[in-house]
Ligand binder design. Structure first.
Ligand SMILES: Cc1ncc(COP(=O)(O)O)c(C=O)c1O
Length: 407
């Protein structure tokens, strides 16, 4: 067996199952899960129709890994409208089967494990795929703590110069999961400057870019590069997905865009790996990228939901409206640190909340690792506001009652 497999950590949801073992939630309260970040607004009808309409022709041929020109054009068109960035659809865009597989596969393409001390740098807490991708590529991860004083932005200053010198790949997650922070232009400038100095590649995970709460849409990596005059997007690839934008996590559709000299070897890797997208999914994806009305409507629903739920929870937890994403990243009251022997504050809070009110939230420490002497997710919980407004409001009311009752 590949020995690197043994380095993969249990996924947070497995750890959650273990934490909840033996807990019997009250049967008279309907279970509400804010645990899993899976979009639950309905998929748009026009997209289902595009999918069904492509079945006849779409199932009878092998797709090219590069995707149909029409899809690449649709992706490039969207990038132009959304970010004002003009791409060559033939060389700077590649469809992928959701950003998850692409984020993973990209490390296998980019990392050279024969170079001394191969390192992959990413924020902590983080989307778990970055770590697995680093291990299986033969690199060591370096966890960059998020900084509560700066809206949980990754504190790149904590990376020692010697680590930057060994770094081959950096994952940026903006808007971030779990805290929803958007990386500003000044930090992009800093990272580009470090990338020029040390030669590392930047993978910018932007799958939450269309769910935002401020007037200005989140800055994208390609947009930042263009504003800084880096029109060749050197050593930069952005990862974009339909899952959250269009409420189709089951479609498995996204694309990567950026530096043509990275897209080319990535296409080669994917050709062998078998990363081609079904023609049926390609047809539906073209329709999705070409429509913005459903995205605006989706965003409006999230905005209404967050506007109602956040103030309720802010009365009892340390929580604020994020820049973007569909999560609330909430600090739990200090008393939970000692409430249940053997459990951290976030674990104790999550377990008791389930036991008393049948609401599931994810302990923040499960999304992070202890590094540089601390776990930056400890003491916080992640709540995914993916259900309909009424259910999220009911969850918030139960959490308010729970925190007051356990004060
Ligand atoms: C930060 C982040 N990146 C990427 C993904 C993967 O999404 P998909 O593979 O559906 O595009 C997720 C999914 O939850 C995520 O939270």
């Amino acid at each position: 067996m590949n020995p690197k497999l043994s380095r993969l950590q249990p996924y947070p949801f497995e750890r959650l199952r273990a934490l909840f073992a033996g807990v019997t939630p009250p049967a008279d309260l309907k279970p509400i899960s804010l645990g899993i970040g899976e979009p639950r607004h309905p998929a748009p009808d026009f997209l289902k129709q595009a999918l069904a309409g492509a079945l006849d022709k779409g199932l009878s041929s092998y797709p090219a890994t590069a995707g149909e020109p029409a899809l690449r054009e649709a992706c490039a068109g969207w990038v132009q409208r959304r970010y004002g960035v003009k791409l060559d659809a033939a060389t700077q865009v590649l469809p992928v089967n959701g950003s998850r597989e692409a984020l993973f596969a990209f490390a296998q393409t980019v990392v050279d494990p024969t170079r001394e001390g191969a390192t992959v740098v990413f924020p902590n807490p983080f989307y778990q795929i970055y770590e697995g991708a680093a291990y299986l590529s033969g690199a060591e991860p370096f966890y960059v703590p998020s900084d509560p004083a700066r809206n949980f932005a990754a504190d790149w200053d904590r990376v020692p110069e010697a680590t930057w010198a060994r770094t081959q790949l950096v994952y940026v997650c903006s808007p971030g999961n779990p805290a929803g922070a958007v990386m500003p232009l000044s930090e992009w400038e800093r990272l580009f400057e470090l990338s020029d100095r040390h030669g590392f590649v930047i993978a910018s995970d932007e799958c939450y870019s269309e769910i935002y709460f401020r007037d200005e849409p989140p800055l994208g990596g390609l947009e930042a590069a263009q504003r800084l005059g880096r029109t060749d997007f050197r050593r930069l690839i952005a990862f974009t997905s339909l899952s959250k934008r269009s409420n189709v996590p089951g479609l498995r559709s996204g694309f990567v865009a950026g530096d043509a000299s990275l897209i080319k070897p990535f296409l080669l890797y994917r050709t062998y790996h078998g990363g081609a997208m079904s023609p049926v999914v390609q047809a539906a994806s073209v329709a999705a990228w070409n429509d913005e009305a459903h995205v605006q409507d989706n965003r409006r629903q999230y905005r209404e939901k967050f506007a109602q739920v956040t103030p309720l929870l802010a009365g009892v937890l340390d929580v604020a409206l994020p820049d973007a994403s569909f999560y609330l990243w909430a600090g739990v009251p200090g008393r939970w640190a000692t409430a249940v022997p053997g459990l951290s504050a976030d674990e104790a809070f999550a377990r008791e909340l389930l036991a008393q009110y049948n609401v599931t939230v994810l302990p923040g420490s499960y999304l992070a690792r202890t590094a540089l002497g601390f776990n930056p997710g400890a003491g916080r919980v992640r709540m995914a506001l993916v259900a309909e407004v009424a259910e999220c409001l009911e969850a918030a009311r139960r959490i308010v009652e729970f925190t007051r009752r356990n004060a």
